[in-house]
Design a protein around this ligand. Structure first.
Ligand code: PEP
Ligand code: MN
Length: 338
């Protein structure tokens, strides 16, 4: 719309879009824009362009150049800050998510929470439903693990996050934790994305190991278009050609790219990205340099005995040392630790 467009002129554009059987989305900014966050049938494009361009107050009609819409900078000109119980994620804050790969017991999670909180982490992670490559590996404590997560989160005053693997479990996971994690293997489980979108809870969406940037943002789109604006993107490593020395290839290219094309916060998970504890600090520092809004790190009071992802899990001492570096690196980039 033109700078001086009146609310009536904006409404006339919206009602014209509705007359074409489409739903408009008002996008306030320096000046108002009106978007159409759905596919426009080819036969409607030209007539719609012609009618709208001729309406008073309209500056120009453009077509978004990317397949995703709601997650795109073209649809929302301010960066999204997802705020969970007072903890900001995005836009100038650097937020640390930390905790064990899996919730194993009340004692294990409490020890992890106390340690990571003291070192500066704001969000406590821990899986109760674990997507394991082998059906014979530890599958997580299930609902009992969620109950431990809720209790420890409450007792330690931390925001909590845990993975949900199927649409029918969204309700129970949402009842126990503050943020729903959708794992890399589930990034293209569309019924799960829709259910997470409808839950109204913030969603932490991990990039699939083989997903392109467009596929990743289109997965986010499934959550956003259910009316849930609180999506956090997570780069956690993609499949590389050499898996001898590292589990995955942490795609740090994705960070500046996602931040250019999307307004959503971008968090990096160096633990899964590299898969080897001793390389996690270097990739954490690199993630800050790349412009990430935070990191997710696996930490355990006794990694050697961790029931999952032992080899990539930091000890409490390693985590404390790394947090000193995180503070200095974030500060150097003009970011405050959330
Ligand atoms: C996890 O966070 O423990 C996990 C299973 O991660 P990903 O989905 O990235 O493999
Ligand atoms: Mn893990």
């Amino acid at each position: 719309m033109q700078f001086e467009a009146t609310p009536e002129q904006v409404e006339a554009v919206c009602s014209t879009i509705r007359e074409f059987g489409l739903e408009p989305l008002a996008l306030p900014g320096d000046r108002m824009a009106v978007g159409i966050p759905s596919a426009i049938p080819t036969d409607k494009r030209e007539p719609l362009d012609a009618v709208i361009s001729s309406l008073p107050g309209v500056s120009k009609v453009t077509h978004v150049s990317r397949p995703y819409k709601l997650s795109s900078m073209e649809f929302r000109r301010q960066k999204t800050v997802v705020e969970v119980k007072g903890v900001p994620i995005g836009a100038g804050h650097f937020t640390v998510f930390a905790g064990p790969c899996s919730v194993e017991s009340y004692e294990q999670l409490t020890a992890s929470a106390v340690a990571v909180k003291a070192a500066g982490a704001r969000v406590l992670r821990g899986g109760a439903f674990k997507p394991r490559t082998s059906p014979y590996a530890f599958q997580g404590l299930g609902v009992a693990g969620l109950e431990i997560m809720k209790r420890v989160g409450d007792e330690q005053g931390m925001v909590t996050i845990s993975e949900v693997m199927s649409p029918d479990m969204v309700g129970v996971v949402a009842d126990h934790v503050d943020i729903l994690q959708i794992g890399a293997r589930s990034m293209q489980n569309y019924p799960l994305l829709i259910a997470a979108g409808e839950s109204g809870k913030p969603v932490f969406l991990k990039r699939g190991p083989s997903a392109t940037i467009d596929e990743f943002l289109l997965a986010a789109e499934y959550i956003l278009n259910r009316g849930n604006p609180n999506v956090i993107l997570c780069e956690r490593g993609i499949v590389g050609h050499d898996r001898t020395y590292a589990r995955n290839t942490l795609d740090l290219n994705a960070v500046p790219i996602l931040k250019e094309f999307s307004h959503l916060p971008v968090v990096v998970d160096p633990s899964h990205g590299v898969g080897v504890a001793r390389y996690v600090p270097a990739m954490t520092r690199a993630a800050i340099g790349a412009g990430a809004d935070g990191v997710m790190l696996e930490v355990h009071p006794n990694p050697k005995e961790a029931l999952s992802d032992a080899s990539q899990t930091l000890t409490v001492e390693q985590f404390q040392k790394l947090m000193d570096e995180v503070r200095r690196f974030a500060d150097a980039w003009g970011m405050s630790l959330a």
